[in-house]
Design a protein around this ligand. Structure first.
Ligand code: APR
Ligand code: ZN
Ligand code: ZN
Length: 361
């Protein structure tokens, strides 16, 4: 029997989000219905609401979530009802060209639920990143459910579903930060702070946090930054070079997503160093660099999609490290809110007041 639950939808471009009754079909083959316990508010949800991702309104927002599997469809064996899971937006297919070459973290044909969730009048909803978890329940592909230790609070575990994973993965997966490396992180919101946490975990010797907001730099210190630079009052490139013996950092992680901060990242790294772009630019942004500098400085210019994570490998590992006290995922939860507070949370996010607001159900 299809179920009726409450969920947060974005009805149209830049219209305020609202709580509506949504219809969840029974899980079909390969699908699962998950009872959501917590879901973080991410920039991408705001981008959906603004129409910046695509025009397929109405959206069912939310995609950074943890919950309990309620029911599964035919052929689902990896998860069973009662399992505590973090939802992921990289349910790998196993058969695309990336998967076949042993690089499933790049999978180009990830799975989502085949059936659609709808409004009461039958209008089909587009779930954010194929998840839609600002809702009491949601329908996903079973592969989007990654089992983790239920001892961790859902509002903490759910963070791995998007932003925190993207940041930690930018450092440990994409940037390959290793013991003794010098790292600079430009932009210290939730994603940049997670990159700091990942760099520290990987054994970085120096972690330089760069932001234009002193409050963010203070938080970054708590996350493991060894040095801070306010790039409103100082030249970021000069400051990073000064702190690294005049050479630049081995790895610079750009967690803003703007041409000017990308240029800083490009020039603030040592010869043969690595730039990791994890901040998401907008379509009109353009980058101009002397091609000779791109060649002459060598190294690697990389982008990090979802922290190049493999959920089945990375989520349980990070939950273990959190439980051992080697990383503190709880530090990212600024506030817990209700389903009706998402619009307010977008405003707070815009003001830079929060690392993460997390809807708790
Ligand atoms: N230089 C340095 N820092 C900057 C600059 C700048 N020119 N502009 C903004 N910042 C800082 C902000 O002060 C803030 O601390 O970047 C940080 C961005 O943080 P959030 O807005 O909290 O964003 P976050 O969730 O961390 O995501 C960062 O990654 O996933 C993408 O879409 C997301 O592009 C965004 C980026
Ligand atoms: Zn694949
Ligand atoms: Zn997200």
């Amino acid at each position: 029997m299809p179920q009726h639950v409450q969920g947060v939808i974005a009805p149209g471009r830049n219209e305020p989000v609202r709580v509506e009754t949504i219809v969840i079909p029974d899980p079909g083959p390969g699908e699962a219905v998950v009872k959501i316990q917590a879901c973080g508010v991410c920039h991408t949800d705001l981008h959906y609401k603004q129409g910046a991702i695509n025009d397929e309104f109405p959206f069912l927002l939310g995609h950074e979530a943890a919950g309990i599997v309620e029911s599964v469809g035919e052929g689902v064996t990896d998860v069973t009802p009662g399992d505590f899971v973090v939802l992921n937006w990289r349910a790998v297919c196993g058969t695309c060209r990336a998967c076949l070459r042993g690089r499933p973290w790049y999978c180009f044909a990830t799975h989502n639920a085949k059936q659609r969730m709808t409004l009461l009048d039958g209008t089909e909803l587009s779930p954010a990143l194929g998840i839609g978890a600002f809702a009491e329940k949601t329908l996903v592909a079973a592969g989007q459910c990654t089992k983790v230790d239920p001892a961790v609070a859902p509002e903490v575990a759910g963070l791995l579903g998007c932003g925190v994973m993207a940041g930690i993965g930018a450092a440990i997966n994409t940037g390959n930060v290793g013991r003794g490396d010098t790292v600079a992180v430009i932009g210290c919101g939730g994603v940049g702070d997670a990159a700091i946490v990942g760099s520290r975990l990987a054994g970085a010797a120096k972690i330089i946090a760069v932001d234009i907001d002193d409050r963010k730099l203070e938080t970054a210190k708590g996350m493991g930054a060894t040095h801070t630079v306010n790039s409103r009052s100082a030249d970021a490139v000069e400051a990073i070079r000064e702190l690294t013996g005049g050479f630049g950092a081995d790895v610079v992680i750009e967690a803003v997503g703007r041409p000017e901060t990308y240029r800083q990242a490009f020039y603030a790294r040592d010869l043969a160093g690595t730039v990791v772009l994890v901040g998401v630019p907008t379509p009109e942004m353009k980058l101009e660099l002397p091609l000779l500098d791109v060649f002459g400085r060598g190294g690697a210019l990389k982008s990090s999609w979802y922290g190049d994570c493999l959920p089945s490998r990375d989520f349980p590992m990070l939950i273990d490290l959190h439980q051992q006290g080697r990383i503190d995922l709880a530090a990212f939860v600024t506030e817990t809110i209700g389903l009706g507070d998402v619009e307010k949370a977008f405003a707070r996010m815009h003001e830079g007041d929060v690392l993460r607001s997390v809807v708790v159900l």
